[in-house]
Ligand binder design. Structure first.
Ligand SMILES: Nc1ncnc2c1ncn2[C@@H]1O[C@H](COP(=O)(O)OP(=O)(O)OP(=O)(O)O)[C@@H](O)[C@H]1O
Ligand SMILES: [Mg+2]
Length: 284
């Protein structure tokens, strides 16, 4: 692990079992002054080191907007209320400059399309080392060694050679692995993963999900896994929150969601899973 104790104003040393990021009564509206559309209507959830918090729900329910709020990446006409705390630091209302410091460094994100986290015209090595050189003040040689270590960890073949290749020279699954390596480069405490496998071939999805699971365990990362697909959740999430129309309608450990869903909407989502009948037993 890299010592980043110099980070100013973010007391986020992670303690097992203690939430590192806490969302409390979060509201998000988007629009102009007299026409603000309410999108997120007072949701609460927390992310804990080593645990994967799933966020499920239909398209348009507010999952992505919620995760963008945690990064301070909402459009400028968004109105945010409530609280998002990283350790002791309140992120709602924080300046762009302070948020820039936290983003990528304390809270990292991967997206559905790995290409959106990767620069098409920069070599993978540049993208991996630029971050760490700037944020962690490593020498070129140290940054390169760190990059190779990360690529090895996410199982990109021939990491040494991979550093001097461009994103388009990799498969979709490998690109997502590289995006994960970049996300982890500055040793964040929180990883937000928004539909990280949706754009991938089904044969490579499981590999990416298991990698996220292993990384959460090894690095005590607090992970938010956003997906509309409860099947994906069932593979790796510890806890699941179900969103609908900007509200969390149910939130519980994975097993309880699958074995004893309380809300009609959760039951509806579960019944749409392929092989839904045998599913409850398989998850016990
Ligand atoms: N920049 C924006 N301006 C206006 N409305 C927006 C903006 N971004 C999102 N919305 C609206 O906010 C609501 C929630 O969108 P969001 O992208 O969070 O949904 P989601 O749950 O991630 O859906 P999906 O599963 O399709 O990704 C939608 O009604 C969407 O139209
Ligand atoms: Mg989304």
């Amino acid at each position: 692990m890299i010592d980043d104790s110099t980070t100013a104003g973010t007391d986020t040393a992670s303690t097992p079992g203690v939430p590192v990021l806490t969302v409390d009564a979060l509201t998000i509206g988007i629009g102009s002054r007299n026409n603000v559309k309410s999108i997120v209507k007072g949701i609460s959830l927390s992310l804990t080191p080593g645990r994967i918090q799933g966020l499920a729900g239909e398209s348009g329910s507010g999952k992505t907007v919620t995760s963008l709020a945690m990064l301070g990446l909402l459009p400028s006409n968004a109105v945010v209320g409530g609280s998002i705390r990283l350790g002791d630091t309140e992120l709602v209302g924080m300046s762009h400059r302070q948020l820039n410091d936290i983003r990528g460094r304390r809270i990292a994100m991967i997206f559905q399309d790995p290409s959106s986290s990767l620069h098409p015209q920069l070599m993978v090595g540049t993208q991996l080392t630029d971050h760490v050189k700037r944020h962690l003040k490593l020498s070129t040689k140290q940054a390169r060694a760190h990059a190779i270590e990360l690529l090895e960890r996410v199982r990109v073949p021939n990491p040494d050679e991979a550093l001097s290749r461009y994103p388009h020279q990799f498969s979709g699954g490998q690109r997502q692995r590289i995006a994960i390596a970049i996300a982890l480069a500055c040793d964040p405490v929180v990883l937000l993963a928004d539909e990280p496998t949706t754009a991938l071939d089904v044969t490579v999805q499981a590999g990416i999900l298991h990698l996220l699971r292993d990384l959460a365990d090894e690095r005590q990362l607090a992970v938010l896994l956003v997906t509309h697909d409860l099947g994906v959740m069932s593979a790796i999430a510890d806890d699941i929150a179900v969103m609908r129309h900007g509200e969390v309608v149910e939130s519980a450990p994975r097993q309880a969601i699958f074995s004893t869903p309380q809300h009609a909407y959760t039951r509806e989502l579960l019944s749409s899973l392929p092989g839904a009948e045998g599913f409850q037993e398989a998850t016990q």
